[in-house]
Design a binder for this molecule. Structure first.
Ligand code: NDP
Length: 327
């Protein structure tokens, strides 16, 4: 049995707890939090919630610590720090900062003789893997990634920071006609605006100016200014009824040519449709924690990513059982 620790108990923390429950080869040893442990209620009975400061006492009682903090400020600090004590997995998703994060975690894990895996999830994660597969198989081609329809936590937070906004949810939506053009194999050049639209549902504070809030959303640099955005103002009741979910998904598509003169067209498409982004991401984290420990026992140390993992290591089935499924 692999003994799992969860560090940080938010959406992903709870998702990992559920995924561990559904993994016959794992058990949850403890959950670690920065908050008062008595305020954190787990779904599993009998598992201790421990103050993060006491984590070092659990060094020899946990095989893998799954870090479930936020990418913006928690993981850049926590993953290298806890890689000194545990084998760790995280879901760091700030794409541009992955090389720096990798270097920090790699140095900490190597010095401690531990293994680590960063940026596990679906993007980065499964989408990254599929971009590598598709590009390797169709070297002469073009890759496209579309996200949605789904909730962007970062964009929702950005709208909530506008004065007068009580609550907000932002959906990223792929443009159907752009998807169809890509699937046709014509390899179009698509601008940011042509690939996705954004839709925002806002609950206003009493007395707030709707026109001003809408203008601030639509012109917000980096978040909305490069997109066609629709803003809807709704009441709290409708918000709670229709916009409390965390569905997401997306598509990685590569279209490319094979043959002597590129006479054959090929399309590779990988898509995800997820009822709950954190619940799915957590299932991916748990499967990669299993794989990472197999790599650890094979002698691998330092930081790794999903790109380094032999697929058979992810499965609860043995290599022999999996080989039967190749036939
Ligand atoms: P949350 O905001 O739900 O949780 C982040 C942390 O907030 C928790 O670990 C928890 O730490 C802390 N927290 C503080 N107060 C509370 C509270 N009242 N309730 C819950 N948590 C609280 O983030 P998510 O779990 O949704 O996501 C974590 C990260 O996962 C995201 O930042 C994102 O970058 C990444 N992610 C990556 C994906 C991928 O495909 N690679 C996909 C989806 C997410 P503590 O217990 O110590 O207080």
């Amino acid at each position: 049995m692999l003994k799992i620790g969860i560090l940080g108990y938010g959406n992903l923390g709870r998702g990992v707890e559920c995924a561990v429950k559904n993994s016959p080869d794992m058990e949850l040893a403890a959950v670690f939090t920065r908050r008062d442990p008595s305020s954190v209620k787990l779904l599993t009975a009998g598992v201790p919630v421990v103050k993060i400061e006491d984590a070092a006492n659990w060094k020899d009682k946990i095989d893998v610590m799954i870090l479930c903090g936020g990418s913006a400020t928690d993981l850049p600090k926590q993953t290298p720090e806890f890689a000194k004590l545990f084998n760790v997995v995280d879901s760091f998703d700030t794409h541009a900062k992955i090389p720096q994060h990798f270097a920090n975690v790699d140095a900490a894990a190597k010095a401690a003789g531990k293994i680590a895996m960063i940026s596990v999830g679906w993007d980065p994660g499964l989408f990254s893997l599929n971009r590598v597969f598709a590009t390797s198989f169709l070297s002469d081609g073009k890759t496209y990634t579309f996200w949605g329809k789904g909730v962007s936590q970062g964009h929702s937070d950005a709208v909530r920071r506008i004065a007068g906004v009580k609550n907000a949810k932002q959906y990223t939506i792929p443009v159907e006609s752009a998807l169809e053009t890509v699937r046709s194999g014509s390899n179009p050049e698509l601008s940011t605006r042509q690939k996705h639209t954004r839709e925002v549902f806002v609950v206003l504070e009493a007395g707030a100016d709707a026109a001003s809030v809408e203008k601030q959303i639509k012109t917000m640099p980096n978040y909305f200014d490069e997109y066609d955005t629709t803003v809807h103002f709704i009441d709290e009741e409708e918000f709670a009824k229709n916009h409390s979910g965390m569905a997401h998904g997306g598509f990685v598509i590569r279209s490319g040519k094979t043959g002597w003169d590129g006479e054959y067209k090929n399309i590779i498409e990988y898509s995800l449709k997820l009822d709950s982004n954190p619940a799915f991401t957590s299932s991916v984290l748990v499967a990669y924690a299993r794989a990472m420990m197999r790599m650890y026992h094979a002698g691998v140390r330092g930081c790794t990513t999903v790109l380094d993992v032999p697929p058979a290591y992810l499965s609860t089935k043995s290599a022999e059982e999996l080989r039967k499924e190749l036939l």
